[in-house]
Write a protein that binds this ligand. Structure first.
Ligand SMILES: *Cc1c(COP(=O)(O)O)cnc(C)c1O
Length: 325
């Protein structure tokens, strides 16, 4: 199986490359959810990565695959979320310079989250788009490599390593529920699973608000949408109008996409807290939210749900606790 220019060999190379830099996360059985659905449900806990999200897999694979000359010139990104942290973290571990460009409007907590991993921060723009233009300009002029958040072969292969671990731990998995935003995660997980066990079913799940990939699939091409407030804030953002990998892979290989409501995401967070004593972020609970809705899970099936990260402000945790317990 070759998808675009990606083969199973690329995924195993990524696996070998990034192993020293990431945490091999557990796949835990979820007793209550299994009982409720009549299925066997497992959670892949990527919230346990040291940076707090799976993004470290793709970032590590991309940065490690650069040439020595490229590494010498440093890397940059304009993501202020989990990807920005992952790039800063890996660059620091490898002794590579990292520059994170962001708009003046990025909240201080986010700026500090990235600064704590040792990246240089430049805040000199009105919008993230303008920060991005600067990064690409710097790549052209000074050779500082931009590490893209999702639409990139090495990023996708890095995220795919998660699927290889799932198969190792539970070869019987027949369905995987994957949070869906730019689609780097779902592209990687889909290829990682289907290149080994082709009959597996992949379901991509987004929030109701500004679900750009799902709306793009409906339109038949990548579209842009204004962002809206959601508990799943890590799932916001566009997919790029000149998308090269993730739109096609999602369209051609993902079996189903679905959306969940805000209160369902909150219930997913509460489920994790109550039953696993795990705190995760909204974006990472869309799979659980989906599984909690009656009729979505086939009884008797073996399901892996990816819990992607834990970047949640404590006020939000408090709100969930207050409203649910
Ligand atoms: C980035 C991210 C996602 C979505 O990944 P994509 O590759 O953009 O689809 C989901 N959950 C968390 C916590 C993330 O940081």
């Amino acid at each position: 199986m070759v998808v675009k220019d990606i083969t199973s060999r690329d995924l195993w190379k990524a696996r070998k490359r990034i192993t020293p830099y990431i945490t091999r996360t557990p796949l835990v059985y979820s007793y209550k959810l299994s009982q409720m659905t009549g299925a066997n449900i497992y959670l892949k806990l990527e919230n346990l990565q040291e940076v707090g999200a799976f993004k470290v897999r793709g970032a590590a694979n991309k940065i490690l695959s650069l040439t020595d000359e490229q590494k010498g010139k440093g890397v940059s990104t304009f993501s202020t979320g989990n990807h920005g942290m992952a790039v800063a973290y890996i660059a620091k571990k490898l002794g590579i310079k990292a520059l994170v460009c962001m708009s003046d409007h990025v909240p201080e907590v986010k700026v500090n989250n990235i600064r704590k991993f040792g990246a240089e921060i430049k805040q000199d723009w009105d919008s993230q788009d303008a920060a991005g233009v600067y990064c690409y300009d710097l790549m052209e002029k000074e050779g500082v490599t931009v590490i893209p958040p999702f639409d990139d072969k090495e990023i996708i292969c890095g995220q795919a390593t998660m699927a290889l671990e799932i198969i190792e731990d539970q070869p019987d998995i027949d369905t995987v529920l994957v949070p869906l935003s730019g689609g780097g995660l779902i592209s990687g997980v889909t290829l990682g699973m289907k290149m080994t066990v082709p009959d597996v079913k992949i379901v991509g799940i987004s929030q109701m608000k500004a679900a750009v990939m799902i709306e793009s699939l409906k339109a038949g091409h990548p579209i842009e949408m204004p962002e809206e407030e959601t508990l799943a804030d890590s799932l916001l953002g566009g997919i790029g109008l000149d998308n090269k990998y993730t739109f096609d892979i999602t369209r051609d290989y993902v079996d189903e996409v679905a959306q969940v409501e805000e209160d369902q995401i909150a219930d997913g967070l509460a489920y994790l807290m109550e039953n696993h004593k795990v705190i995760a972020e909204g974006a990472s609970c869309v799979g659980i939210a989906y599984a909690l809705q009656q009729g979505n899970i086939k009884p008797g099936s073996n399901v892996a749900i990816i819990v992607t990260g834990c970047g949640i402000p404590m006020e939000q945790v408090k709100n969930i606790v207050d409203s649910h317990f």
